[in-house]
Design a protein around this ligand. Sequence first.
Ligand code: GLC
Length: 482
Amino acid sequence: MISKNKHNTLFLFFIAFTAVSYAQHHNISAGYIPPSDHLVQQNLEEWQDLKFGLFMHWGTYSQWGIVESWSLCPEDEGWTVRRGPHSDNYFEYKKAYENLQTTFNPTAFNPEKWAQAAQQAGMKYVVFTTKHHDGFAMFDTKQSDYKITDAKTPFSSSPRADVTKEIFHTFRDKGFKIGAYFSKPDWHTEHYWWPYFPPKDRNVNYDPAKYPERWNKFKQFTYNQIEELMTNYGRVDILWLDGGWVRPLASVDTTVDWQRTIKVEQDIDMPRIAAMARRHQPGLLVVDRTVPGEFENYVTPEQQVPDKSLDIPWESCMTMGSSWSYVPDDTYKPARDIVHTLIKIVSRGGNYLLNIGPGPHGDWDPDAYDRLQAVGGWMAINSEGIYATRPVAPYNEGDVYYTRKNDGSATYAFMLSTEDTVELPTSVRLPLPGGGAVKRVELLGIGKLRFKETDDALEITIPKNRRQPVDLRYATVFKLTH
Ligand code: GLC
């Protein structure tokens, strides 16, 4: 039985905060170093063929329906605002937040249902928050009892309590590549936020140069947790490291707003971590995001699509709702927007990592399933123009976007539509990207069409009976075979 008091508490949180945190915008692309290890190169090529992945932010915070972790951060920003009981007292609040461990019981957890929905939508990889900045481990770490498998957490009695393991195994069985999101900063361990001092901001709250022993313990703690993830969880393809303020001081880019908060050395020894991780997981992609160099195998623009093609591997991570974490009654983006975003990203050479936040009971909002299903309907007809393609100039002309199969065998032209019912004109003139004689033109889902090739364009004729033959919603795709 939930007491009335508890109901009120829940209600308070449910009307709370939905703003997405924009805590880690960064300048992309400067300083990229291509991997030299051929297994990493190969994994990176394969990953670039997949295009569409599922991101999930899930933790004890999902019970309050608040932003992931950030309400613990004593910075005065829109995404750190505390709400609900104890919000007027930082330390009381932190206690209550951490106490969420004792009520977390996501009994509806069913990763098969997620994997099936993601697969049907055409997603090919998954990245899951094994530990966010708050330090709560969604896996069975031996380094801390602030974890889902600890006896204090009700869900620990479930045979599926190690949700990271369950998610990774389930998605891997369906052929997904597996990504472990892991926050380098940890706002729970005394080796990062030493209780002797109050935390001042997102950063370590003591000077590691002055207290090297404590910092070394933090380094070892991080190393050990990552080693657990690299050894007990089967094949892992991507180590997605968040929290770019844990970085060598010399790598700070002071033109980026949030990096100006970094005042002390926070070198965590990435060469050692990456070498260990790749010993266990050969070919592993390491994404030490926002820290350009050897350990950022691809870059990760957040909540945005670069406005042109980038010449390095990249992935836009974006929320399907308004927040990374679950928020009750959130508004989910329409399927049309999702498909259009996917096309834009792929035409510029990137991958799309689309986030859904599971709720407190361990399931998604029905709207998330609904969107994935609609996206899957479009993908079932058109995905061959998405996977295993590379960008081709001019990328787009107005509302027509291009991709090319990476073996050069075909070019795809996506005509975006804003209406559900599309009536095609009697003929379409497509500017022809980057050479390659066209042998055959096909409207995906419909069939072969007559065409004429002029100097720099194709004139495609569309017979009357094919102008409105199926539901061409979201985008119509012409395949030009070379
Ligand atoms: C933002 C958020 C962080 C989230 C990340 C995902 O940086 O601040 O909480 O995990 O985006 O990319």
